[in-house]
Unconditional design. Structure first.
Length: 162
């Protein structure tokens, strides 16, 4: 279910933070439940409605998943975006440290894109003095790739074109 793209030459990165498999299976159970409601009316109609409801719920979950991208020197996480020149050094956090970063260690002033079922996060400090947000905390399935992509985009942004 992991869709990650990393174009090393252009410094681009793209990852859809789709729901985990157990969430998709749970959502698909909405189909049989809807079918049970319509079974007393007509079993064929119930099967059709159940299939439509199951597919629709799963499709909406996948289509509504946020996307993390780095393109043309801009980090986009969901609907938010920031120029990588305004970011400090990214840090990949996994395991118990990630649980702390998503929970007790969560700074309420930071910008968060946290998804359940995705263990790792990348924390990137914001170095813009005019920005009241001290950091971005972004869930990712590939923290090392996201960190590398941010660093590569920062280097590309600082290096003048020839």
């Amino acid at each position: 279910m992991q869709k990650t793209t990393l174009d090393v030459g252009a410094g681009e990165y793209r990852e859809r933070l789709g729901p985990s498999l157990w969430i998709l299976v749970s959502a698909a159970l909405a189909g049989p439940m809807a079918a049970l409601v319509f079974t007393p009316i007509d079993t064929t109609l119930a099967l059709v409605i159940g299939a439509v409801v199951g597919v629709t719920v799963v499709a909406l979950l996948v289509a509504g998943s946020p996307v993390v991208t780095i393109r043309e020197g801009v980090l986009r996480a969901g609907r938010a975006h920031i120029d990588v020149a305004l970011l400090g050094d990214p840090v990949a956090v996994t395991g118990d440290e990630a649980r702390t970063a998503r929970g007790a260690g969560l700074d309420p002033r930071s910008w968060h894109l946290i998804r359940g079922g995705i263990d790792a996060v990348v924390v990137v400090s914001v170095i813009d003095p005019d920005d009241p947000t001290p950091a971005w905390v972004v869930s990712t399935r590939t923290p090392d790739r996201l960190v590398a992509a941010v660093r590569r985009a920062q280097i590309t942004r600082r290096t003048p074109s020839r």
